[in-house]
Design a protein around this ligand. Structure first.
Ligand code: MEV
Length: 321
């Protein structure tokens, strides 16, 4: 009996948390992001006819993708063109554990996994420059003019220092980070949040510039706190960063409530993460047990879901109510 084997390739990426510096990073300030172990996998298989795409949000030919997914179809086409492959005879399946629109880098992670899988299908591995240039196509459609921190963070295995237009730099940490991430359950549209900050900048340039400067300094201090393993200082820096994010207008009542609860439950510091206006917040704890308690308190206080983890290993825990 003849056995027909179809060629198959896999690409993976994970989600990310911005520890400090979101929004200011759009204006050229630094930010620090860490990997968050929710995964996305892209599986490419040989098939016949049009390129077919399968995911939780859309299944069908890439040419009929809804407008909001246009970036993904463009990214696939450009990548295949670059790899010298015809635009047919493939099936692409996306399996993602990353919730959409929660500031966890879902769109960047899907695009990174996708580009990696297409390269792998052609027996290649993309350089960082190649990866970023194709992922940027999808990200520009999804977020307008993103800083690029999301794609750098979801493709890195360690915490990174990121500045726009520069190579991401690994950040040294002394000891594990115990982090809680809680979801308000509301979609935070990064494009809208970034646009709101831009409008505020036009209205109150001096005030916004001051906030951005302060955030830049906070990120610099956070790098040193990580290097020295000074988690108490890092917690205070998260709190100070949150004050500036409030003044930029990207926090909201739901986020503020969870942040307050986390601090009352023993967090060393807490802030929103990502674009804000919904989405997720993070809290820093002094032990895994403390992270577990904070996370479960947040569930009791109305979080839609809540995870906690130690950066030492990849194990992620989800709190039940
Ligand atoms: C989104 O994860 C981070 C923002 O700073 C936007 C960006 O950097 O493109 C809000």
């Amino acid at each position: 009996m003849n056995r027909v084997s179809t060629r198959k390739a896999l690409g993976e990426a994970h989600s990310k948390l911005i520890l400090v510096g979101e929004h200011a990073v759009v204006y050229g300030k630094p930010a620090i992001a860490i990997p968050f172990p929710l995964k996305v996998r892209s599986i490419v298989e040989e098939s016949s006819g049009n390129i077919m795409f399968e995911s939780a949000v859309y299944t069908g030919p890439i040419d009929s993708m809804p407008m909001r997914m246009k970036g993904i179809s463009e990214c696939i086409k450009e990548t295949l063109h670059y790899l010298g492959k015809p635009l047919e005879g493939l099936r692409i399946r996306i399996d993602s554990a990353i919730p959409l629109g929660r500031g966890l880098g879902s769109s960047a992670a899907v695009a990174v996994a996708l580009v990696r899988s297409l390269f792998s299908f052609c027996g290649q591995e993309p350089s960082q420059r190649e990866l970023f240039s194709f992922v940027q196509i999808a990200e520009t459609h999804a977020h307008g003019k993103p800083s690029g921190i999301d794609m750098a963070a979801v493709s890195s295995e360690c915490p990174i220092w990121f500045e726009r237009e520069k190579e991401p730099i690994p950040v040294k940490t002394n000891g594990p980070l115990y982090i809680v991430a809680s979801d308000t359950g509301r979609i935070g549209d990064t494009r809208i949040a970034v646009e709101n900050v831009r409008k505020r900048y036009l209205l109150e340039p001096e005030k916004v510039e001051k906030s951005l400067e302060k955030i830049g300094k906070i990120v610099d201090e956070a790098k040193n706190a990580l290097l020295n393993g000074d988690m108490y200082l890092l917690g205070q820096l998260l709190n100070r960063n949150q004050e500036e994010l409030i003044s930029l207008g990207v926090s909201d009542d739901g986020l503020n409530r969870l942040i307050e609860r986390a601090r009352n439950a023993g967090a060393l510091g807490a802030k929103l993460t990502g674009g804000g206006l919904g989405g997720c917040m993070i809290a820093l704890a002094d032990s895994l047990e403390s992270a577990r308690i904070i996370s479960s308190e947040l569930m009791k206080s109305g979080a839609f879901r809540s995870w906690y983890f130690s950066s030492q290993d990849d194990s992620l825990y989800a709190s039940q109510e």
